[in-house]
Ligand binder design. Sequence first.
Ligand SMILES: [Zn+2]
Length: 222
Amino acid sequence: MVNSRDTALLREDVEANVHIWLRLCEAEGLQVLITQTVRDDAYQAYLYAQGRTKPGQIVTNSRRTTFHGAGLAVDFCKNVKGQEYSDAAFFDRVIEIAKEVGFSSGADWKSFPEKCHIQWDYHGQYSGSMITAGRLPPLMPIYERSSADMITMEDVKSMSEETTLALWNKIQNVLGEQEQTGKVGEELREAVEMGITDGSRPKAACTRAQAAVMVKRAVKGE
Ligand SMILES: [Zn+2]
């Protein structure tokens, strides 16, 4: 009987994303404990019997192991004694992050919701019966949160003016190297011909104050 909480038994792409999910949760102070990774048909039959032919509450609607059997799912709880399944805000956020990473949540199941279960089913395109029939979802892309999301408004607000300017300059230097295309690019060439600008650093930004002064000078013929 296979009944494991070892993430190394998961399919490799799923394992990598489970660890990314765990790290993102940890960064927000959410302590997740993996309670199940892989289980086989024998253990699934044991779970299925619970609340049916054996005492206890019904915990599953599936006789055969599906996503857990294929190493595509994990079960989890809050890693705080006495609060394992009771903290609704914890589950809301942890599930939200899991979905961001690419997992589907058992909390969304209509017939038998399982808030403590996430799986890789290619965004709902693979069902349990497909998995038991040996039809497995494609590789799960390794999740990368965009850097812009890594830096929050609060992070920026807490920077010194010096640091903010240094960061701004870095962004401007990168943008400045990019070519201006399209209609704006055409008008920029026209502006260069008119001697308004030398056309350098075309995509670097100017401030609203600088733009207003430029327009004012042009209007007054300064
Ligand atoms: Zn599960």
